[in-house]
Structures are given as C-alpha cells and as structure tokens.
Ligand binder design. Sequence first.
Ligand code: SF4
Ligand code: MG
Length: 335
Amino acid sequence: MDKAAFQKLFQENTKDPQWCPGCGDFTELNVLIRALAELASEDREIHKNVNDFEEMGISGLEAKICKSCPEKHFYPRYEPHTVVTESGIGCAGQMFAYINTYGAKATHGRALPFSLGLKLARPDLTVIPQGGDGDAWAIGAGHFANFAGFNLDITYLVTNNEVYGLTKGQMSPTSPVWLKTGVNPTGPIREPMNPIAVAVSSGWTFVARLVNVGKLTNGFNTAEFSVDILKKAIKHPGSSLVIFETECPTYNKVKTKEWLKERTVPISDVEPNYNPALAIDALKLSLVPEEEKIPIGIYYQVRRSTLHEKLGIEKPLINLKPDREKIKKLLERYS
Ligand code: SF4
Ligand code: MG
C-alpha cells in the first residue's frame, strides 16, 4: 500500500470534525494523518521481503517482532490497527475521533497517565496522546513535568493556541500578557509559562515546535516540514513532545494565521550552528519572544534508555483472553 492509500485509510470511518472553520486543530490533524500514512507505507516497503519475524505467542495479537532490522522492533507499527490516539479534554482533545486509529478519551489533563498504563501493557502499539495548552499545561502540568523522566516511548502532541477554546476564551498557562478576550478583557495578570524550557529541563528526550501555515513568503513549505519532523518524533525511542503553534480564530484574535506566518522561521535560519543534543541551546532558543520570531524544528533530542528498556519489558504484558469468571467476581464485589 502506498502513502495515498494509507492516508485514505486513516480518514475512513471517522466523524466530521466539529471545530470552528479555520481552527488550527485541522492543521495538526492533517499533519498527523500524513505522517502516519508515510510511516506506514515506508514500513511496508522496508519489510516487503522480510521473513525474519518472531511470533509473540499471544493469541489474537497480529504484531510480531522484526529480527531483521538492526533495532529489534514490533511490526506493523504505524498502521491504523496498531496506533492509539488518546486525549484529555478540550477542543483539541476531540482529535482521536477524527482519525481512523484506536482511540480513547481520558479525563482532563490525564492523557499522559493513560498512555503510561497503555504503553506498559502493550509496547507493540504506537501511542499518541494529544491535547491543547490548557489540558497539557494547567490541569495536566504535574503529569507533564513528572511523566517525562520515565522516558516512555510515546509522542505527545500539544496544540498551543494560548487560550481555552472550549470554555470560551479563558486564559491558559501560555496566554501572553497582551492577550485580551471577551471573558478576560484585561488580559492575564501573570507571565506565561515556557513549555519548551519546562520540557527540556524535566526529561523529555525529543522536543519539537511546529507551525503549519502552508508556504512562507520565501517558499518554505511548513506543511512538508511539519510532516517530516513529526515522523522523526514518532520514530524517536523515548518521550517525544511536539508543540503545534496554532490559531483559535474564535477566541484568540491576535495569534492568527497571518501573525504566525510573519514570525515562523526554521531553527537553522535563526541559529546556523544549532545543536539539538545540547539542552542549553534549546533553553536559550526557547526564550526568543514569540512576538519577534517563532523558530520551528527540533529543539532537543537525546537518546536515553526508555522505560521498557529499563524494566526489561520486551513483549506485551496483557492477556488477550481474560478470565471472564474472575472479572465477573470482581465486578460483583464492587457493585
Ligand atoms: Fe478551534 Fe477555538 Fe473553535 Fe475551539 S473555539 S474549535 S480551538 S477555533
Ligand atoms: Mg488552547
């Protein structure tokens, strides 16, 4: 199957998005679908003549372990039935319903702990938690900082429109001091948090920032660039964070598509000798005021042992044939 066929597959059996016209969440969804479709078709191509697979001996589980590639990995990895998108609460948190993968909705700010349980039990799945700036960095802030140190192999997508959209324009942790909305006409009275600095200093091992506004005036294609970086994030073994700078045309009247377009610039144009392996470079870059420039690309990437490597978990822990009698007794006990 080629990438176009996979792209179609990822869009089948989904609901029509309920976002406002022009919402930045559409741009992240498009990038995610394209990145997964490319990864899935590339993985098929690489493995079309490979026969060196190890069965896991778990009935009902299709995934196998590929012993042919230098890194032993599960296969298939990026196809709709081997991907789980899941989210907390908010406009962006609806994304799992608009893409044909397995999906789940956790409670507010709890996308990451949900991922932890899921990925520990099913390391063969590609797990993509997702949400907005309010969900990730207000109610989810404790998880955001503390989860990273596990270096669980997941990819967390956060759409940063710097406002609570679902609750009609309240201030979020990243709302700039100059933002005014209908429900907060004076703007926030505190400085915004810096999620990239927090991520780098708390243990995320891949941190990227993206803007998808089509082509910039110099011809640079932000959509292609975003797909390429997201593929790298998904393939990175460890906790990847990808921040999509997006617009909420309904409640954030400043951070518009044009505003983003004027400020977006690849990291390599801001810092030609940038080294993403150095946390100090990432921290410095994260301090560039967004009113001046929004550097896009990989801020930070290091290879550290993942949680599964540390625990020696090489296969799914789950029993796909559960003991129904035992479950029934447990349910009766707590009913
Ligand atoms: Fe998107 Fe804002 Fe509308 Fe929510 S309120 S769907 S974030 S444009
Ligand atoms: Mg938001």
